[in-house]
Ligand binder design. Structure first.
Ligand code: NAD
Ligand code: LMR
Length: 338
């Protein structure tokens, strides 16, 4: 085993990390949507992890084996295989410990994430049915938007199949934390790698709730600055969609964030302690059925939900605004599977 010493942190939701890691394990990871704007950089970053022995790349587009061939030439140990076409989905997933799903349409300017529901709901439903069949014990990270509805869709399909383990299914909200670290670091002249701000709630507009009062290191903002910083974090996805002017949404920062989340799952699977990430999961912390909170990760997914901690009045107001939106998004996802 090659061992690269890495810092461990007890902070809620860990900051930026190197993608090489401590110990090689027998671990298969599948990326579903691997040939897309997120899928390609995500897969490229995952190839660099010593925690992965097999990297399975699935997408409906024909050139997916080409993406796999390209990434396979990177000189890291993980074996890379490409799969395409509906008939190969189950083969790509079989035996996976971790499945990351960035499959589906991205936004164009003027669209909300919820506007993607009709295009993406059935993609997530079908992938969930395949996971239930061939990899029911996998830890699953769902990137596809609208995350707030896609996670309930995935869970409902698993439930129908009698395979639901809510500790293993995650809506990936890591990009919200990555952005919070970047923006707060920039505003306060701190190295953004060392800034750690939990983000709770969901992954769309007002449902994104940064807990700046719990930021480490502690930072002070005036009320006006705090409002501006919060709104910037909530609207950061739209900032990228507007800047890309019709060519899609965040792909590179999301590839990075998705890889960070996947590697955190793998580190926990590999027995590392104190692995903490925020993610959108099934729980009743806020009465919405699903809510993102800091989670302690372990070999079976969520080991402990660390809850939302003490909120400032400002943050409690944000949660109050998030709750109705989340309830609607969850109900829409559940209704789709019924
Ligand atoms: P993209 O269009 O560049 O790539 C999507 C890929 O999914 C394509 O290669 C496409 O062929 C593939 N695909 C479509 N249907 C599929 C299916 N049934 N099975 C497998 N693959 C399928 O889009 P993108 O920019 O990579 O974004 C993907 C999704 O991620 C979008 O829904 C976007 O809104 C979402 N997203 C989420 C976050 C987040 O923070 N959770 C951040 C950015 C983007
Ligand atoms: C993001 O936050 O960048 C993603 O959810 C993509 C989007 O549509 O904004």
């Amino acid at each position: 085993f090659s061992r690269i010493v890495r810092p461990t942190s007890t902070l809620a939701c860990q900051g930026a990390r190197n993608f090489s890691s401590s110990k090689q394990n027998n671990t298969k990871v599948t990326v579903v949507g691997a040939a897309g704007g997120i899928g390609q950089p995500l897969s490229m970053l995952l190839k660099q992890s010593d925690l992965i022995t097999e990297l399975s790349l699935y997408d409906i587009v024909k050139h997916t084996p080409g993406v796999a061939a390209d990434i396979s030439h990177m000189n890291f140990p993980a074996k890379v295989k490409g799969f395409t076409g509906a008939e190969q989905l189950r083969d790509s997933l079989k035996g996976s410990q971790v499945v990351i799903i960035p499959a589906g349409l991205p936004r164009k300017p003027g669209m909300s994430r919820d506007d993607l529901f009709s295009a993406n709901a059935s993609i997530v439903r079908d992938v969930a049915a395949a996971v239930a069949d061939v990899a029911p014990k996998a830890l699953v990270g769902i990137i596809t938007n609208p995350v707030n509805s896609c996670v309930p869709i995935f869970c409902e399909v698993m439930k129908k199949a009698g395979k639901l383990d809510p500790n293993r299914i995650f809506g990936v909200s890591t990009l919200d934390l990555v952005r919070a670290s970047a923006f707060i670091g920039e505003a306060k002249g701190l190295n953004p790698k060392d800034v750690n701000c939990p983000v709770i709630g969901g992954h769309s507009g007002v449902s994104i709730v940064p807990l700046i009062s719990q930021c480490k290191p502690a930072v002070q903002f005036s009320k006006d600055e705090l409002t501006k910083m919060t709104v910037r974090i909530q609207d950061a996805g739209t900032e990228v969609v507007k800047a890309k002017a019709g060519a899609g949404s965040a792909t590179l920062s999301m590839g990075f964030a998705g890889a960070r989340f996947a590697i955190s799952l793998l580190r926990a699977l590999n027995g590392e302690s104190n692995v903490i990430e925020c993610a959108y999961v099934l729980n009743d912390v806020a009465g919405t059925k699903y809510f993102a909170t800091p989670l302690l990760l372990g070999k079976n997914g969520i080991e402990k939900n660390l809850g939302i901690g003490k909120l400032s009045d400002f943050e409690q107001e944000l949660v109050n605004k998030a709750i109705p939106e989340l309830k609607d998004n969850v109900a829409k996802g559940e209704q789709f599977v019924k």
